[in-house]
Ligand binder design. Structure first.
Ligand code: NAP
Length: 322
């Protein structure tokens, strides 16, 4: 069965290519999987997808990836991952899967120009933070707007920041930001939090955190740097600007797994169901990184899952080779 991501018919693929291990995604999970699969003599091919390096590449400095005591740029780290994988024979293609058929082996993965026939497949397509889609958000991303407190919190030392969301992520990340920021204002669209009781209590007891209820952010204001957020009270309709240095948005993540719906088991939120061996419901298809892990969202955990998925994929290919 073919599944078309967009529902729009894709161009006819022109060439067929057989690969032992095909990896979808070029974030830390995909490129670590490529390194391990290459060293396992599997000549893996990585399809980068639309965003080379994944979410990590959008991070200005990564300070919690072991081995880089001074920190490392997210994009630079992605390039180092790629270089290391290619050094051992991985091929990185700037291409995107548009259709997959996992109903039989070899698995068929179509891109715009090529149909890959893969003995094993590693899904490392990551997740995408949900955006507010307000004016200024895209322009100020990396200049005040962020989707990752762990990555960017340090840059807001003794600054004032606004957090959007009322779930566990907003409160957990808001609490994390109090290590650095002078003040953390959590703006929530309702007057009740979705987050669990323990996090709620901790946030409400933290003197650096204050809440603005029944309110949404309608604009991120600033040219080269964030100056303010425009707020709208949903009960009174009043609008006001609040001065801030940062806007952290935690309104959920969406795993990039639409392509696999109906072919591998996904949980109710769309994450690929897996076990500690990175198996999916389809033998020969493995998952690594945030496509299968809503909990950690760290470069080091995704890289570890990538390595594990590749080791299992190598074992699978070797067992089925004859
Ligand atoms: P979430 O639970 O879906 O919460 C998203 C929050 O964003 C909700 O409060 C929602 O408001 C708000 N929101 C959604 N769209 C919005 C919009 N367009 N404008 C303004 N606000 C918007 O997402 P999450 O906090 O990332 O958590 C995801 C899952 O991971 C949850 O199951 C959570 O329990 C889990 N998690 C657990 C932990 C932990 O246990 N420590 C930490 C992080 C995440 P409403 O409340 O009005 O819908």
């Amino acid at each position: 069965m073919d599944f078309n991501l967009s529902g729009i018919s894709t161009p006819q693929s022109t060439t067929e290519q057989h690969v032992k291990i095909l990896i979808l995604g070029s974030g830390p999970a995909g490129l670590s999987a490529a390194l391990y699969a290459a060293r396992g003599e599997m000549n893996p091919v990585v399809l980068t997808g639309m965003e080379f390096g994944g979410q990590a590449a959008l991070t200005f400095t990564i300070e919690n990836y072991p081995g880089f005591p001074e920190g490392v740029g997210g994009q630079q780290l992605g390039e180092l991952f790629q270089k290391q994988a290619e050094h051992f024979g991985a091929k990185v293609e700037f291409d995107t899967a548009t259709e997959v058929d996992l109903s039989q082996r070899p698995f068929r993965v179509k891109t715009y120009n090529t149909t890959y026939l893969a003995d094993a497949l590693i899904i490392a397509t990551g997740a995408t933070p949900i955006h507010l889609e307000i004016p200024g958000e895209t322009e100020l991303t990396g200049r005040g707007v962020s989707y990752c407190a762990t990555c960017d919190g340090w840059f807001f030392k003794e600054k004032d920041v606004v957090v959007v969301g009322g779930g566990d992520s907003a409160l957990e990340e808001g609490l994390f930001l109090t290590r650095y920021a002078n003040s953390v204002t959590i703006v929530h669209r309702r007057d009740a939090l979705r987050a669990g009781a323990v996090l709620q209590k901790r946030a409400q007891e933290n003197p650096k955190i204050k809440f603005i209820w029944n309110t949404v952010v309608t604009e991120a204001v600033g040219q080269d740097a964030m100056k303010a957020v425009r707020l709208k009270n949903l009960v009174t309709g009043e609008t006001a600007d609040q001065t801030t240095n940062g806007l952290f948005i935690f309104i959920g993540h969406r795993p990039n797994t639409e392509l696999f719906a109906g072919q591998v088991d996904l949980d109710e939120r769309g994450y690929v169901k897996t076990d500690f061996l990175m198996h999916t419901s389809v033998p020969g298809v493995f998952v690594a990184g945030e496509a299968g892990d809503p909990n950690h969202r760290q470069v080091v955990t995704s890289a570890g899952m990538g390595a594990a998925a590749a080791m299992q994929a190598i074992k699978f290919v070797e067992e089925h080779e004859n």
